[in-house]
Design a protein around this ligand. Structure first.
Ligand code: GDP
Ligand code: CA
Length: 313
């Protein structure tokens, strides 16, 4: 069976561990958000791809939630001694090696898809990882700052300002000229099931869907499409997704996100929507099922995946 999953970083990574555990013999492809990507200190950084690659490759720091385990920070300290900005972005020594390899390959003309495949030769994630696009297409957040309305990079909003500045809008800079990366449309069109991971609906799943062609491919695929709610009891389990949904006028609830994704019967994305068993949601045209949706360990996440596949059937 071919399973294609749309995924963001940390939530996506945990979910994909569950997919891999639940479906060991199947062809797994993840289409990953690259809207968070940024160039800092001359290094090309792909936070969501790296979160997934490290997590599936058993190299992630699970406690911190991002970056490498057994990390050290000597380069970051040196940079701050030079006063080199930005100082608010965490760049670990081991992580920097990944960014050096990536940046060098990109500079030599390889696509991000090729670079990701090369990095994955080391990490062996067991899931084919595809960036949503090979083009730069970076999320910016429109905020009021220092008396003016301006658009700042998503990372500056998320990490430097802890998503505490009210977001007026999200803008994907470069999206008009972006194409889906090689393999993305066929992975959706040839899938037996498409899953929307319980990732941030705005700045992870929403960003992937913003790349011209990807939403249409999901609308057109003969495969069933099932989503899993990232919102439980009116709150994101972890992270700051509740700072993103109001900016696009979506209620922070399983029902709000389900209705935002909408039914494939009327131009939306979903055939099925899984919500946590303590929630309820009415999503017109979509089969809603209630199961445990807490990704506490791989076994619990694998059970979520099996429930999604059952709903797809
Ligand atoms: P990011 O790119 O690192 O922000 O990660 P994602 O976008 O892939 O996932 C973040 C989302 O995962 C958050 O908005 C949470 O709502 C969701 N999330 C985190 N842990 C859980 C969990 O245990 N269960 C569910 N259902 N959602 C979760
Ligand atoms: Ca992310």
């Amino acid at each position: 069976m071919q399973i294609t999953i749309l995924a963001g970083g940390i939530g996506g990574a945990k979910f994909l561990r569950g997919v891999r555990a639940a479906c060991p013999g199947d062809g797994l492809t993840a289409v990953v958000n690259t809207g968070d990507d940024v160039t800092l200190h001359g290094l090309r950084i792909c936070p969501d791809l790296d979160s997934i690659m490290y997590t599936l490759g058993d190299g992630a720091d699970d406690e911190r939630g991002w970056g490498r385990k057994d990390e050290s920070w000597r380069i970051k300290e040196e940079l701050s001694t030079y006063g080199a900005e930005p100082s608010w972005f965490g760049l670990g020594d081991l992580d920097i090696a990944t960014h050096l390899v990536r940046t060098r390959m990109l500079d030599a003309g390889y696509s991000l898809t090729d670079v990701t495949a090369a990095l994955c030769e080391r990490w062996r994630p067991g899931v084919r990882l595809l960036p949503m696009s090979d083009e730069r297409c970076e999320t910016h957040v429109v905020v009021d700052l220092d008396g003016a309305r301006r658009a700042i990079h998503f990372q500056e909003w998320w990490i430097r300002h802890h998503a505490a500045l009210p977001a007026q809008a999200f803008v994907q800079v470069g999206v008009d000229d972006a194409l889906p990366a090689a393999g993305v449309l066929s992975a959706i069109g040839a899938a037996d099931v498409v899953l929307l991971a319980p990732s941030n609906p705005v700045v992870s799943i929403g960003t992937i869907l913003g790349v011209p062609g990807i939403r249409d491919a999901i609308l057109a695929t003969p495969a069933p499409v099932v989503g899993l709610s990232p919102i439980i009891g009116g709150a994101p389990v972890r992270g700051m997704a509740d700072a993103c949904l109001p900016a696009i006028g979506v209620e922070v609830s399983a029902e709000g996100v389900g209705c935002h994704y909408g039914s494939r019967k009327n131009g939306g994305l979903l055939d099925g929507w899984l919500i946590h068993h303590t929630d309820s949601a009415a999503v017109p045209g979509v089969t809603v099922r209630e199961v445990a949706l807490l990704m506490t360990d791989d076994a619990a996440t694998a059970a979520m995946v099996r429930a999604a596949l059952e709903l797809a059937r």
